[in-house]
Design a protein around this ligand. Structure first.
Ligand SMILES: Nc1ncnc2c1ncn2[C@@H]1O[C@H](COP(=O)(O)OP(=O)(O)OP(=O)(O)O)[C@@H](O)[C@H]1O
Ligand SMILES: [Mg+2]
Length: 448
């Protein structure tokens, strides 16, 4: 039997007054594969552990199949957890490792038939008589999965189960997990900070930031209609281009979004989504353009809804099947603080004084100031502001606009290149990071 899992306004604080999970509400349907996605420290494991019963829920309610479950002991929840550090008993063979929970559960019963069936399902029959030390990382992880599956739990809770493996193996096991959980039809909650893993596995993806749910939706929805700039920036690789823009909407002229040295002229008649931007007249916004929303082509080749820009080639990233071109368009990148600097550590004052005294530091500061242009508005008081801050700290990524193109287009560093922006794929976020274009009233789940 597979479970429905519901969280209603669930909060958790390890230190008084500091919520690491903040009023989280989620309804996970029986048989659904839900991925909890977010940066390190955003509370993903804590949520999973609360569902498992390994962590107390401070506030809010957990329901398992509609029944209040906050106080249910972990052993009565009938859920199997798979962790990143899959702990197999070193002195037991794979067979005994898989069979161990079955022996505990039903002491008199012979676990062999279930162990064999599980091994067949996972393709690890040949490994059953080996000890963990005689297995590769991927094989060990499969045995750990076997241990979780053999029990026929009503839900799987997986906490970054693949993050210790190399990329190739991770991809293979990812596909296996997906197939297996679908075959078993068991509700699965899967934690990861890897957005591509989330997108490829989840029926739905729940994006967390600082313990607060940002958005939950299908992979397609969170990619194509991100609720805010954080979700837009967290999902998709290469990352969405985020530029600081200024809306100009004169009564007697075309509406434009200024991007520093250039501007996007919104085509007339304005689309319903673009019409909504009129109220932003004179305000600073964040313009989001995915790398596939821009193409290299002359203005004369523009299709309906495309507008022209130009860019100076600053850097080329050859990827084999495609090339990522970093352009300088004279605009200023917007910064999403949680992504650019997830855990800024305060620098020791003595170290900072020493660093600030060097000529190299002064030169860096000067170059940084010239590139950043005028400073952005200071952050507002209150909760952390996802709005654009000043130029990014740390190493500068070349260019302000990354565009995906095919390897047959020959480009050289320093070339000035015509670009066409497809305004059907234009995202605009307000200063607080909320999406204002496309229209936020276009509810994601109505789209599908
Ligand atoms: N037992 C604990 N006592 C105190 N603070 C804790 C405890 N466990 C977690 N935290 C804090 O709670 C926050 C959320 O932690 P959690 O482990 O849920 O994050 P996460 O999203 O799983 O991160 P990661 O991707 O790094 O595993 C972090 O700031 C962490 O330091
Ligand atoms: Mg974790």
């Amino acid at each position: 039997m597979t479970r429905a899992i519901s969280l209603h306004d669930v909060s958790k604080a390890y230190t008084r007054g500091v919520r690491v999970v903040d009023r989280l509400s989620l309804d996970i349907a029986p048989g659904e594969f839900l991925v909890l996605l977010g940066p390190s420290g955003c509370g993903k494991s804590t949520v999973l552990r609360m569902i498992a019963g390994l962590e107390d829920i401070d506030e809010g309610r957990l329901f398992l199949d509609g029944e209040y479950g906050n106080d249910l002991p972990p052993s009565d929840r009938d859920m199997a957890m798979v962790f990143q550090n899959f702990a197999l008993y070193p002195s037991m063979t794979s067979r005994d490792n898989i069979g161990f929970p079955l022996r505990i559960e039903s002491p008199g019963a012979d676990p062999a038939p279930r162990v064999d069936a599980t091994a067949r399902m996972l393709g690890i029959e040949d490994l059953l008589d080996r000890f963990p030390a005689q297995l590769s990382g991927g094989e060990r992880q499969r045995v750990a999965m076997g241990r979780a599956i053999a029990r026929h739990p009503s839900a799987f809770l997986m906490d970054e189960p693949l993050s210790n493996l190399d990329a190739k193996l991770r991809n293979r096991l990812r596909a296996e997990i997906s197939q297996l959980t679908r075959e078993l039809g068991v509700t699965t909650v899967y934690v990861t900070h890897d957005q591509s893993e989330a997108m490829s596995l989840g029926d739905r993806v729940a994006v967390l930031r600082g313990g607060v749910l940002q958005q939950v939706g299908t992979p397609r929805t969170v990619y194509s209609l991100p609720g805010n700039v954080f979700v837009a920036a967290f999902i998709g690789t290469p990352r969405i281009n985020l530029l600081r823009g200024l809306v100009r909407a004169p009564l007697d002229g075309a509406m434009t979004i200024s991007l520093g040295k250039q501007f996007l002229r919104l085509p007339e008649p304005l689309s319903p989504d673009h019409r909504l931007l009129r109220v932003q007249q004179g305000r600073e916004v964040i313009v989001g353009l995915r790398p596939e929303a821009v193409r290299i082509a002359k203005p004369s080749a523009a299709r309906t809804g495309e507008v022209a820009l130009t860019g100076l080639v600053e850097h080329l990233e050859f990827q084999g099947h495609e090339v990522l071109v970093h352009f300088d368009t004279g605009s200023r990148p917007a910064v999403v603080p949680d992504l650019e600097a997830p855990h800024p550590r305060p620098e020791r004052p003595d170290r900072r004084r020493r660093r600030e005294g060097t000529a190299l530091h002064r030169l860096r500061e000067r170059v940084g100031a010239l590139r950043a242009g005028p400073a952005a508005a200071p952050p507002r008081p209150g909760p952390p502001d996802p709005a654009p801050a000043s130029a990014p700290a740390g190493p500068r990524v070349p260019g302000d606009l990354v565009v995906r193109t095919t390897p047959d287009i020959r480009l050289r560093h320093g070339m000035q290149v015509p670009l066409l922006v497809d305004l059907a794929h234009l995202f605009v976020f307000d200063r607080s990071g909320e999406r204002i274009c496309p229209n936020p009233a276009r509810l994601p789940d109505l789209e599908e």
